[in-house]
Design a protein. Structure first.
Length: 227
């Protein structure tokens, strides 16, 4: 379709598209031309068009509509270029707590395929993991790190997690190195933690160092463990 030269597109854009917020379809209907023609005339003059998301802002989709979108996208795979663009666009974007909760709810109860599990596992192996500390877990523990020492620390702490207060039951509490140096096995650097709390200490290490800061009394524990 050729460009309509009998229309003052500058006025149409300023007064109707911007001023009255008319859509491309409405303008096309009013001037009896195609939507492509309207867009072409705007583009040729350097006029910016509103993104599609503008028309969906604040719009609430019905459950039926969402289901149709989901079914329509089943089996579709994005190209590497599209994945890269989406990744770059999301960099630095922080989700609200409510948004994260909604995502968690939408995933709850959905079983993962074995292939999906394998890919997730491979994506977090070794240096790919956000918990990677340069291979620190492969360092060898010193001679004094043994069952006797760990039991002594648990006895000292009353067989309770020193963060949440959980009482030791069938599974023994973990013994955590406060300064994250596995070679430093002095009792004042060791503390009893349940497995969930011990796992949490892998993140925000500076915060946990401050949290556990302070002496722990019992200098005889190490002597009993190495004796």
């Amino acid at each position: 379709m050729s460009m309509r030269l009998d229309i003052n597109w500058k006025d149409v854009y300023a007064k109707e598209y911007v001023g009255k917020e008319m859509t491309i379809a409405q303008i096309a209907t009013k001037y009896k031309c195609g939507k492509t023609s309207v867009k072409r005339n705007f583009h040729s003059r350097g006029f910016l068009l509103r993104p599609t998301s503008y028309y969906h802002k604040g719009r609430s989709l019905t459950a039926e509509h969402r289901q149709k979108i989901r079914i329509g996208n089943l089996g579709k795979k994005m190209s590497p270029e599209s994945c890269k663009k989406l990744s770059e666009a999301r960099k630095g974007v922080k989700l609200t707590r409510a948004h994260r909760d909604n995502i968690a709810k939408s995933k709850k109860g959905i079983p993962l395929s074995e292939e999906h599990k394998r890919k997730l596992s491979e994506a977090l192996i070794g240096s790919k993991s956000y918990l990677w500390q340069g291979g620190k877990s492969f360092e060898i523990y010193p001679r004094e790190w043994n069952k006797v020492l760990k039991k002594s620390i648990r006895d000292r702490d009353g067989h309770c997690c020193q963060v949440c207060g959980a009482v030791e039951k069938d599974i023994a509490l973990d013994v955590h190195h406060i300064d994250y140096d596995k070679k430093n096995c002095v009792p004042s650097n060791l503390i009893s933690l349940c497995k969930p709390c011990h796992k949490r200490t892998g993140l925000n290490r500076g915060r946990w160092l401050s949290y556990f800061q302070g002496p722990v009394d019992d200098s005889s524990i190490l002597a009993r463990a190495t004796g």
